[in-house]
Design a protein around this ligand. Structure first.
Ligand SMILES: NC(=O)c1ccc[n+]([C@@H]2O[C@H](COP(=O)([O-])OP(=O)(O)OC[C@H]3O[C@@H](n4cnc5c(N)ncnc54)[C@H](O)[C@@H]3O)[C@@H](O)[C@H]2O)c1
Length: 254
């Protein structure tokens, strides 16, 4: 028995990194998963990995910043498998590092477009669908430790991820009575392709970041995925509105 046996849902930005690990983990636990990304080759590769492991997955191209995409993803899950049970809203980008006094509005608009507006559109259509079905539902949003602590130079990213947590808690409050649970994971530094590239380029900076983490290592994408799956599973049936740090203790130092 898997934690998500028979469940149907979607993972945004699942062509790589945490999203790919999440799609694989949901499928490993028995769910049917709609993979979505702006990079079709990467998204289709995730689907192939899931199928190679014996799971069920399909791909739909999607830009997580656009409402039409959020709506289409929900419609496709329903078209394929009849019902939506869970969603992992994972898409997010960083902004160029600059102090507040030098911020460009365009950086804020781009970051908020994906990290916060996109998240809002996804949740809007997912919750609407749960209510139409009259079924329970589970949503997990990818925030960040940057949503519960401050980092000099990261104001757009920080503010967008704090916003994700506010949105998560509001939606959790609004929908708890319908057994629609909305939670967030707050990843600390996680070994994705971009971080691995950065670590190879500037090993001294990488070592300094690792040294500041109480567990003295970065997370794997799989560790983030496991938390996301668990929050969407029946194991977390009485948990809603939480911001779960998955950060090796990093947020304990704020
Ligand atoms: N990696 C970390 O250390 C870390 C730490 C904290 C939070 N996060 C958060 O985790 C989430 C995933 O991060 P990651 O590092 O795994 O990502 P990543 O940079 O590895 O990208 C994963 C995928 O996102 C896709 N993507 C980018 N923009 C998209 C869009 N607009 N619509 C759809 N897909 C899009 C990319 O094509 C890629 O396949 C983000 O929300 C990020 O803010 C990551």
């Amino acid at each position: 028995m898997g934690l998500m046996d028979g469940k149907k849902g979607l993972v945004t930005a699942s062509g790589g990194g945490i999203g790919r690990a999440s799609a694989l983990a949901f499928a490993r636990e028995g769910a049917r998963v709609l993979v979505s990304d702006i990079d079709d080759a990467a998204g289709n590769e995730t689907v192939e990995l899931i199928r190679a492991a014996g799971g069920t997955a399909e791909y739909l191209a999607g830009n997580a910043a656009e409402e039409s995409s959020a709506e289409a993803l929900v419609a496709r899950v329903v078209e394929l498998w009849g019902q939506l049970d869970f969603a992992h809203n994972n898409a997010g980008i960083g902004a160029p590092t600059k102090p507040v006094s030098e911020q460009e509005g365009s950086d804020w608009e781009r970051t908020f477009g994906i990290n916060l507006f996109g998240m809002m559109y996804c949740m809007k259509h997912q919750i609407k669908r749960f209510k139409e079905q009259g079924t329970p539902g589970a949503i997990v949003n990818t925030a960040s430790v940057a949503g519960i602590s401050a980092n000099a130079g990261l104001s757009a990213y920080n503010a967008s991820k704090w916003g994700v947590l506010g949105l998560t808690q509001t939606a959790a409050t609004e929908n708890a009575a319908d057994d629609i649970r909305v939670n967030a994971i707050c990843p600390g530094a996680t070994l994705t392709a971009a971080i691995e590239y950065w670590a190879a380029e500037v090993p001294d900076q990488y070592e300094a970041v690792v040294e500041a983490i109480p567990m003295k290592r970065m997370a794997t994408a799989e560790e983030q995925a496991n938390a996301a799956v668990w929050l969407c599973s029946a194991q977390a049936s009485y948990i809603t509105g939480v911001a779960l740090p998955v950060d090796g203790g990093a947020s304990l130092r704020r």
